[in-house]
Design a protein around this ligand. Structure first.
Ligand code: AMP
Ligand code: ZN
Length: 461
């Protein structure tokens, strides 16, 4: 069985062949840590976690290296730090913001059932690599120094034409179009209006590092160079898969390719470029001004992380997703059922009916349809398949117990009422037994009477 992946660069589904036959190397752009991650940010986390798990299933756990960075140098971080900690020196405030946000991000994505990547590099720990790449780009004539900035010239890249990709190939636009569409009020130090920043001077008080290319003033990196540097350090000059949300194709990924390929004289940076589609909330673009901006953290207060995970995976990763309350409720019901039938059984091998659609460009919606099919025919296969997809991290009792806790129900009180009802039924006092059943129903509890005369209960959704 072969894996096929859609590659944004070649715009086709291709059979996946790793550069090194036994090992796979994957990079995914991670969060900029200045605020709680929203549910849109959870999409690449969950999608590429499924790919990570699938690759581990195919190549073996020790043979997949997954790198997801943490961007901890950025204007938004500086602004947030100055706003939240006005009394502190800026650098200290920034550390507080990035550490706290990083911790929160980990708590969120752990709850979503996402495995930690093999490496989570921080931008601030790779400034040396960034300087090195910038030096190479200046030496190669692809970048130049102007007013203490270093700028990359896409024009120089396309003029060089020496076994390099074309700037614009990934995002499928021509440089001429970009020149025509560029803002007219370009910074005066730019030679061309599509030139982008590799390095810039820091303002007083801002984080700063020794600059590359003979610039005396201290400075800081641009955003795109961070990922080129971290990918290079941990995966090399050319690796297998690079992922992120569709919004990153231009300019971020286009610029990453330009930097890496020009610095290392490569035709490609990654062999497969994968991008997840965007997430909307109740058919609207999520935004703070519309008031429909939801964080993962807020959702986790109401729903188990695996419900959010299932809800995300019901849609194929390249399609847009409409995040709705109705769909969340359905996902919760489905998982309740799967926990009841599959959480405590011996997991079998993941079923072919689930693995095959995953091998076809990660078709999780078809895989989930197949899970429904297994429910009635092969619960061991269902259990094994659910685990492959990152579900069933708890036992059935833990799952039920957590739901009860979340609903504020006192299980002892419920058990006491059930015992009273059982006694009423024995003495054929059906009026009383119905009254107790109704009382429990009003608490959101559904009773299940079994053939052997015992009664169990579950929460109604
Ligand atoms: P950011 O912190 O905005 O750079 O985003 C982190 C990751 O989340 C990137 O891979 C983005 O492409 C992705 N992302 C941001 N917003 C959404 C959204 N609404 N739907 C899907 N992915 C998103
Ligand atoms: Zn990136």
């Amino acid at each position: 069985m072969e894996l096929r992946l859609y590659d944004t660069l070649s715009r086709e589904k291709r059979t996946f062949v790793s550069l090194d036959a036994n090992n796979v190397r994957m990079y995914v752009c991670g969060p900029t840590v200045y605020d709680f991650a929203h549910i849109g940010n959870a999409r690449p986390v969950i999608v590429f976690d499924v790919l990570f798990r699938l690759l581990r299933h195919l190549y073996g756990e020790a043979h997949v290296k997954y790198v997801r960075n943490i961007t901890d140098v950025d204007d938004k971080i500086n602004d947030r730090a100055a706003r939240d900690f006005p009394g502190l020196p800026l650098n200290e405030a920034i550390r507080k913001v990035t550490e706290e946000t990083g911790r929160q991000f980990h708590a969120d994505v752990d709850a979503l059932g996402a495995l930690r990547p093999s490496v989570e590099p921080r931008a601030t720990e790779h400034i040396g690599e960034m300087r090195e790449i910038i030096e190479k780009l200046v030496a190669g004539g692809f970048a130049y120094v102007a007013e203490d900035h270093v700028l990359f010239s896409p024009q120089a890249m396309n003029a060089a034409n020496a076994g390099l990709p074309r700037y614009g190939a990934l995002s499928n636009r021509s440089l001429d179009e970009m020149v025509a569409g560029a803002r007219v009020d370009v910074a005066p130090y730019k030679k061309g209006n599509t030139d982008f920043v590799l390095w810039k001077p820091s303002k007083p008080g801002e984080p700063s590092w020794p600059s590359p290319a003979g610039i005396a003033a201290q400075g800081r990196p641009g955003w795109h160079i961070e990922c080129s540097a971290m990918a290079w350090k941990h995966l090399g000059e050319h690796f297998d898969i690079h992922g992120g949300g569709i919004d990153l194709v231009f300019p971020h990924h286009e610029n990453e390719v330009a930097q890496t390929c020009c610095a290392f004289h490569q035709q490609r940076m990654a062999n497969y470029w994968m991008h997840n589609g965007f997430l909307q909330v109740e058919s609207e673009k999520m935004s703070k001004s519309l008031g429909n901006f939801i964080t993962i953290h807020e959702l986790l207060a109401d729903w188990p992380g695996e419900v959010l995970r299932l809800n995300m995976l019901k849609t194929h990763y390249r399609s847009p997703i409409d995040w709705t309350m109705k769909s969340l409720e359905e996902s919760a019901k489905t998982l309740d059922d799967w926990y009841r039938v599959a959480a405590d059984v011996e997991p079998g091998r993941p079923a072919a009916s689930v693995v095959e659609p995953l091998l076809d460009d990660l078709n999780t919606s078809l895989a989930i349809a197949a899970l429904h099919g297994l429910r009635g025919s092969d619960v061991n296969g269902l259990a094994g398949s659910l685990r492959l997809l990152g579900f069933l991290s708890e036992s059935a009792a833990q799952w039920e117990g957590r739901k009860q806790q979340a609903s504020g129900i006192d299980a002892k009180e419920v058990e006491r009422l059930i015992a009273e009802r059982t006694a009423a039924r024995r003495r054929k006092d059906f009026g009383e037994s119905d009254r107790i059943r109704n009382e429990l129903a009003a608490m959101g509890i559904e009773l299940v009477d079994h053939k052997d005369g015992t009664t169990t209960w579950k929460l109604k959704r």
